[in-house]
Design a protein around this ligand. Structure first.
Ligand code: PLP
Length: 252
């Protein structure tokens, strides 16, 4: 599959796509973005991603140049665009299968971000640093902790299983409303698994029967170790396994 870009109304090879050095997104991080995954040519939950793009743009006062119909059927445009619009399409290298069978390593990090993490903006410096800290520790993901409460990963949402219930921090300004988070909760409801969207402490992560991450590129990923401490018994745990199976059916 060729790497494709759509930059301000024009399709071109990704390597030829450019953005002006004067672009505010480049200079100030004044921009928003989305990332969605395509299975066999069919995007998963495109309208949820577009709705979040609109919410993020509205929060920053950016007028999106396309309405939903146009975003979903990108052709050629004659309109004069004000915000820089870039879409890229690339083949995904999914995480190694062993992460799904053995459970992944995560580390906890203090949350250095601002108080509008629900906006999917280009300001990802704290996320980048946290992810690097995870990599340096040989872990896959860093999970942000603020005042003792777990919020989300640098590029994922976090869930834990406590007394048979799937617990995840509630949506709000301190975390991104993940499309995969939403989908996973929906799958859990369909499976009759009880759900608690409530604050989750760091201490509760260590005593959880199962911990999992959700995200567009990772789907549902079981966590095996947090800061080197083992979680639960064996991977993936029964609830994670059930959710992973349901997710795989959904995209088949
Ligand atoms: N939280 C953060 C900070 C993210 O950057 C992401 C995705 O990149 C997610 C959560 C997961 O969101 P989604 O499931 O929509 O990919």
């Amino acid at each position: 599959m060729p790497d494709i870009a759509f930059a301000n109304g024009v399709f071109l090879p990704l390597a030829e796509a450019t953005v002006s050095v004067e672009d505010r997104g480049y200079q100030f991080g004044d921009g928003v973005y989305e990332l969605l995954r395509v299975y066999g040519g069919v995007p998963l939950r495109p309208l949820d991603h577009l709705a979040r793009l609109e919410r993020s743009a509205r929060a920053l006062g950016i007028a999106l140049p396309f309405d939903t119909a146009r975003w979903t059927s990108v052709h050629t445009y004659s309109v004069t665009l004000v915000p820089t619009v870039v879409i890229t399409v690339r083949a995904l290298t999914p995480p190694a299968e062993s992460l799904y069978t053995d459970g992944t390593d995560i580390v906890t990090v203090p949350d250095l971000r601002w108080s509008r993490c629900d906006i999917k903006s280009l300001n990802l410096l704290a996320n980048v640093l946290a992810k690097q800290q995870a990599r340096n520790a040989g872990a896959f993901e860093a999970v942000f902790v603020r005042d003792g409460f777990v919020l989300e990963g640098a590029t994922s949402n976090v869930m834990a299983v406590h007394r048979g219930s799937l617990v995840t921090p509630p949506e709000g300004p301190l975390l991104l409303s993940g499309v995969t988070r939403h989908l996973t909760l929906q799958l859990a409801r369909e499976a009759g698994i009880s759900i608690a969207e409530r604050p989750l402490t760091e201490a509760e992560l260590y005593t959880a029967a199962e911990v999992l991450l959700t995200g567009t590129t990772i789907e549902i990923l079981p966590v095996g170790r947090i800061n080197g401490r083992c979680i639960g018994e064996g991977f993936p745990g029964p609830i994670t396994k059930e959710l992973m199976a349901r997710f795989r059916k959904l995209r088949a």
